[in-house]
Design a protein around this ligand. Structure first.
Ligand code: SF4
Length: 83
């Protein structure tokens, strides 16, 4: 399992600093931050701590197991960002 960021992310970067393993990117100030629509979680680095989902003011983060069907594509989108 891993946490997945979805399209209601407003790129406020609140979750980035809360991540236990620095699995969320890009960070505020990263050149890539200006070009992406949202932040992404690296599923290979996520340890399922849940800090990000708990703090996200948009409710944009789900576990892969609880990802709504309409947002299923975001599991691949999060992984693809790091490939
Ligand atoms: S806390 Fe939520 S809205 Fe803010 S960057 Fe993270 S996923 Fe996006």
């Amino acid at each position: 399992m891993a946490y997945v960021v979805t399209d209601t992310c407003v790129k406020d970067f609140v979750c980035v600093a809360e991540c236990s393993t620095a699995a969320i990117a890009p960070a505020m100030g990263d050149p890539a931050a200006a070009t992406v629509a949202q932040v992404y979680i690296n599923p290979d680095e996520c340890i399922d701590c849940g800090n990000c989902a708990a703090i996200c003011p948009q409710g944009a983060i789900f576990t892969s197991d609880e990802l709504p069907a309409a947002k299923a594509e975001f599991a691949d989108k999060n992984r693809a960002y790091f490939n």
